[in-house]
Design a binder for this molecule. Structure first.
Ligand SMILES: CCCCCCCCCCCCC/C=C/[C@@H](O)[C@H](CO)NC(=O)CCCCCCCCCCCCCCC
Ligand SMILES: Nc1ncnc2c1ncn2[C@@H]1O[C@H](COP(=O)(O)OP(=O)(O)OP(=O)(O)O)[C@@H](O)[C@H]1O
Ligand SMILES: [Ca+2]
Length: 506
């Protein structure tokens, strides 16, 4: 009948053989037959063929694209009338798979059993481990016993040479642990001082895979296009690689933390502080605290200074396109001389630095839809003091096609470095003058946080650094271009997968 099916070798998971008697259920011969998805429902589809009596079917498992960037592992059985021909195909495919050097063979896996809805262990065992086994990947699995277990293990103990990658099963917090461990270890091994904000950090050689099992999973969502464990496992198996920028955050020449997604002062800092007391609510705590902090409507005074990025492709106001793994060729911060710095003083509801889009199920286009994962820049979004109504318009635009930056009180700059100084820390003399007032207001700010209806604004917010609270408000942030790599490929545009899934002759 001439129905054909093509599969790219790079998207084959494995081929297996099994001896099997011909049965009445089977359609034979000389053909490919798509049997079923490995996960989920049966989707039998027979292709052409003529009957024979005894066969040795060869099963091939490969990636099939579904809706919303989801990938599935599906199975095709192919039979040949001639055994030698079959063997030839199987060994040919195996040789080609073995030649793909980017595919991992040994992985170090950390599972946070308490992330998100506490399903990490189950998700890994039921959905991911069988796929890794099928693809011939061996794993060393560590179920974490306490917070920072994975980070500390990576920093000091893990025998990194044995592995081709690190997999983290959990949310953004768990991913943050992994990058802190890996980046630190890489600098120590290479003799680089992570405490100096001026040091150029050494890139990490091991790729990181994220199996989403957390509350926000924004890093997985923004790098793979969905927060689906099977899709992530398949990106790991086929050996994808997506470089990613990392911001280092310092306070007075002391290292605080790294950030890859959101550094947020004001609204997102307050949402996080409030939600930490409500961990028992699970992922819904963010919506509850989000609503609460929207109603409290605090603003904060301070000075933001930044070094604009130069020679880059695009600005934060570009269309909502996210591209696949395209890395800019030119360096961005050509000059770091002091006269290039710009300064803005003001009263802000939110100061956000988005180093990637921060797309997540709450906001599928994210905080900065055109932010690039790997261009050495972060998008600095300043939301000035405005009415609740206007702030709501800005927030709602994160969930629609409308441009959240096209509002008079919002500005956005693509930068490669920035600093923030809250108003009351601006100088020693300011500090002395404000000392008494500060200590009074600090006490009141706690009272106000607990009783937001009182309507007065505390002086300080906190920085939300990828979901962790920083314990300093004056910070110095620097973007390190492509410091880490993920088992991902960015978000595929429609045209890319239409091309690949179209059947064509073999
Ligand atoms: C009216 C609907 C407006 C919806 C606006 C949605 C904007 C959502 C933007 C989400 C950005 C997430 C950035 C990710 C940061 C992660 O590194 C970090 C670690 O996981 N997550 C959080 O800090 C967790 C941060 C979670 C923030 C949730 C904010 C929810 C806001 C809700 C506001 C409700 C106002 C309703 C008024 C009637
Ligand atoms: N065994 C453990 N016990 C307690 N906490 C742990 C353990 N392992 C990891 N953690 C910590 O749990 C926190 C939350 O983890 P994770 O990111 O996986 O889930 P989450 O629900 O998405 O949380 P968040 O929204 O804070 O990112 C992380 O900061 C991590 O350091
Ligand atoms: Ca970036």
């Amino acid at each position: 009948l001439g129905v054909c099916h093509s599969v790219s070798v790079t998207e084959i998971i494995c081929v297996t053989e099994e001896e099997e008697e011909n049965s009445s259920k089977q359609r034979d011969d000389g053909s490919w037959r798509k049997i079923k998805e490995r996960e989920g429902k049966d989707c039998r589809q027979a292709f052409t063929g003529k009957k024979t009596t005894k066969k040795t079917p060869r099963h091939m498992f490969y990636v099939e694209r579904g809706r919303n960037h989801r990938w599935r592992c599906v199975e095709i059985t192919f039979r040949c009338p001639d055994r030698a021909m079959c063997q030839h195909w199987v060994s040919g495919i195996r040789d080609q798979l073995a030649a793909i050097s980017s595919r991992p063979k040994q992985l170090l896996v950390y599972i946070n059993p308490y992330g998100g809805k506490r399903q990490g262990k189950r998700i890994y065992e039921q959905k991911v481990a069988p796929l890794f086994a099928q693809a011939g990947i061996s794993t060393h699995v560590i179920v974490t016993e306490y917070a920072n277990h994975a980070r500390d293990h990576l920093r000091t103990e893990a025998e990194l040479k044995r592995f081709d990658g690190v997999v983290c099963v959990g949310g953004d917090g768990m991913f943050s642990e992994i990058i802190h461990g890996l980046i630190w270890r890489t600098q120590m091994d290479g003799g680089v001082d992570p405490n100096s904000p001026e040091e150029t950090l050494l890139p990490c050689s091991l790729r990181i895979g994220i199996i989403p099992a957390g509350s926000t999973d924004c890093i997985c969502f923004a790098t793979v296009g969905t927060n689906d464990p099977v899709t992530s496992a398949l990106h790991i198996i086929v050996g994808d690689s997506q470089p990613m920028d990392v911001c280092s955050v310092h306070h007075n020449n002391a290292f605080l933390r790294y950030s890859v997604s959101l550094l947020g002062y004001g609204f997102y800092g307050d949402v996080l502080t409030d939600s930490e007391r409500k961990r028992w609510m699970g992922p819904a705590r963010y919506d509850f605290s989000g609503l609460k902090m929207f109603l409290t409507h605090h603003y904060y005074e301070g000075t933001v200074s930044y070094l604009p990025a130069k020679g880059i492709m695009g600005t934060p106001r570009d269309g909502l396109t996210l591209t696949v793994n395209k890395c800019p060729l030119s360096t961005v911060c050509v000059s770091e001389s002091e006269d290039e710095w710009r300064t803005i003083r003001g009263k802000f509801l939110a100061i956000n630095a988005a180093s990637m889009s921060c797309a997540c199920p709450r906001s599928p286009k994210g905080l900065s839809p055109s932010a690039h994962l790997a261009d050495g820049t972060t998008d600095l979004i300043l939301v000035r003091k405005c009415s609740r109504f206007n702030f709501l318009r800005h927030l709602i635009r994160h969930t629609s096609k409308d441009d959240q930056f096209d509002l008079g009180f919002v500005e956005v700059h693509r930068v490669c470095r920035f600093r923030f100084m809250p108003r009351h820390c601006q100088s020693d003399s300011d500090l002395e003058l404000d000392l008494q007032e500060n200590s009074k207001r600090q006490i009141f700010s706690q009272i106000c946080r607990d009783h937001p209806a009182c309507g007065c604004t505390p002086i300080y917010s906190s920085w939300n650094c990828d979901g962790e609270i920083l314990n300093h408000t004056a910070i110095d942030v620097r973007v390190h271009c492509q410091l880490i790599k993920l088992f991902a490929r960015g978000i595929e545009e429609m045209a890319v997968f239409e091309e690949i899934t179209n059947p064509c002759a073999i």
